[in-house]
Design a binder for this molecule. Structure first.
Ligand code: NAD
Length: 492
């Protein structure tokens, strides 16, 4: 997805990870922590280390540190902050092996994917916002009152960043980099299942020169540390990525306190293959859309809609190709699909596939666990023959499962694609340029891909509509969302 020059770095082996502590005001600590939480390697089911479980007192200390540190950081020039963020990008590249090893161990991501996507994109996010840190500006406005009138953009203060388990490095960087570029401090609460890279990034940001207190990391449970962050009066914005259910709760809490929020929530995107598609390319894109990151991808495309004339052909080609996708140990460089990140995610996939069977769905390929080394593996699965209103089609499964449905007309394809509560991503395969634009305009989604899947870049905003949330990450849009506008009018 990105051109980082990292692809040639040699394979990495499973790292030994020391127990993690909280990172507050530039110190590694756990004085107030409520205990320790096991971190499990999803490819073996074994505990690899532990992290501190932050409580409300830790969150309070982190927010207090953020408030103290945010002023001096905000008063630095954008160019000075840019230099620091650029050093973060450099260090991410220099320490890529370490980051790949830790993220793969924690999430079960294939090392090849982790290197080419997660770590490469993390460096690019910091690089991109290092550039934008120097561009923050207001405008002068000419008004009829004799005056000098202008606007300026100011940082918000302290941002509470809450992130999910599936792309820990990328999704936390997509919040921390623009927030810091704009002059804010951040308190980051990573997902309980996958907290390790957040701690490593705290170390990297400190090494790059981010002052004490500007980034604080509190590992721990959503219901404890996350909740304390949502409730804290010293937090000026909540940047949340996670499920629609928890997002709704977070938005309610922020609404009560009148705090701005970014809500990056669930998805259940459709991939449409029209009768004029280039089939070779379409098949590759469809597979990428549902096996990428073992299907634990908010922007994945788990609903395939195929023109009736191609339905049987596409199913047959897909079944053969998917059965050949290498599933296995994330530390094997040849692996394309690793384990699910946690046992509960695997159990959820199993429940949905069982439901599909009950509802008369036909398992075209997969449909079972892969017993391998005690890990949480599930074979990439294709299910045909379900009705559109089946819960298996409508709900977010978040695993390597693709449902396939035929359609007849362009209108029908659009209706089916838009027919879930979600609206994060959508995609279509066509060789007809007019159709590409026409259908893209009608799809209810924050991002639409044509003739490929998951083309993402820090410069391209992403985010959802409908139950997939609101606000945008990436692009100048994200930077702006970490600022507030002030108008100044001086009488002349
Ligand atoms: P989740 O909602 O269970 O957890 C997300 C974060 O919220 C975690 O850090 C968790 O600890 C925290 N949390 C849980 N309860 C909380 C509470 N009461 N108060 C405050 N914080 C709380 O999501 P998940 O299972 O980690 O991630 C999967 C979900 O995230 C999927 O729905 C996926 O679509 C979504 N997601 C969305 C995007 C996007 O960009 N839109 C990206 C990745 C994942």
């Amino acid at each position: 997805m990105t051109d980082s020059g990292l692809q040639d770095v040699p394979a990495v082996s499973r790292p030994h990870v020391e127990p993690g502590r909280l990172y507050i005001d530039g110190q590694w600590c756990e004085a107030n922590a409520k205990g320790r939480r096991d971190v499990i390697d999803p490819s073996t089911g074994k505990v690899v280390t532990t992290v501190a479980e932050a409580g409300a007192a830790d969150v309070d200390a982190a927010v207090t540190a953020g408030r103290r540190a945010s002023g001096p950081w905000a008063r630095m020039s954008g160019r000075e902050r840019a230099r620091v963020l650029h050093r973060v990008a450099d260090l991410v590249r220099r320490r890529a092996d370490e980051l790949v090893a830790v993220e793969s161990l924690d999430v079960g991501k294939p090392v090849s994917l982790c290197r080419a996507v997660d770590v490469a994109t993390t460096a690019e996010i910091y690089e991109y916002y290092s550039g934008l840190a120097q561009t923050i500006q207001g405008a002068t406005r000419q008004i009829p009152i004799p005056s000098h009138a202008y606007t300026s953009r100011e940082p918000l203060g302290v941002v509470g960043a809450i992130t999910p388990f599936n792309f820990p490095l990328i999704l936390s960087s997509a919040k921390i980099a623009p927030a810091l570029a704009a002059g804010n401090a951040v308190v980051h609460k990573p997902a309980e299942d996958t907290p390790l890279s957040a701690l490593l990034m705290a170390e990297i940001l400190a090494e790059a020169g981010v002052p004490d207190g500007v980034l604080n990391v509190v590992t721990g449970a959503g219901a404890e540390a996350g909740e304390a962050l949502l409730r804290h009066p010293g937090i000026d914005k909540i940047a949340f990525t996670g499920s629609t259910e928890i997002g709704r709760h977070a938005a309610r809490m922020a609404g009560e306190a009148l705090k701005p929020v970014t809500m990056e929530l669930g998805g259940n995107a459709a991939q449409i293959v029209f009768e004029d598609a280039d089939l070779d390319k379409a098949i590759g894109s469809v597979i990428k859309g549902f096996v990428f990151n073992t299907g634990q991808f908010c922007m994945g495309g788990p609903r395939l809609l195929v023109h009736r004339s191609l339905y049987d052909t596409v199913l047959e080609i897909l079944a053969g190709a998917v059965a050949g996708v290498p599933v296995g140990d994330p530390f094997d460089p040849a692996t394309v699909v690793g384990p699910m990140a946690a046992e509960r995610h695997l159990a959820k996939v199993e429940r949905y596939v069982a439901l599909a069977r009950e509802q008369g769905g036909r398992i075209v390929t997969g449909g079972e666990r892969l017993e391998l080394g005690g890990g949480y593996y599930y074979r990439p699965t294709i299910i045909a023959g379900l009705d559109d209103d089946s819960r298996v089609v409508q709900e977010e499964i978040f695993g390597p499962v693709l449902t396939v449905q035929p359609f007849g007309t362009e209108d029908e394809a659009v209706e089916l694609a838009n027919g879930t509560p979600y609206g994060l991503a959508a995609g279509l395969q066509t060789t007809d340029l007019a159709r590409a634009h026409r259908v893209a305009a009608r799809l209810e989604a924050g991002i639409v891909w044509v003739n490929d899947w998951a083309m993402l870049d820090p410069a391209i905003p992403f985010g959802g509509v409908k139950q997939s949330g609101y606000g945008r990450e990436y692009g100048p849009e994200a930077l702006e969302s970490y600022t507030k506008v002030k108008s100044v009018v001086i009488a002349l």
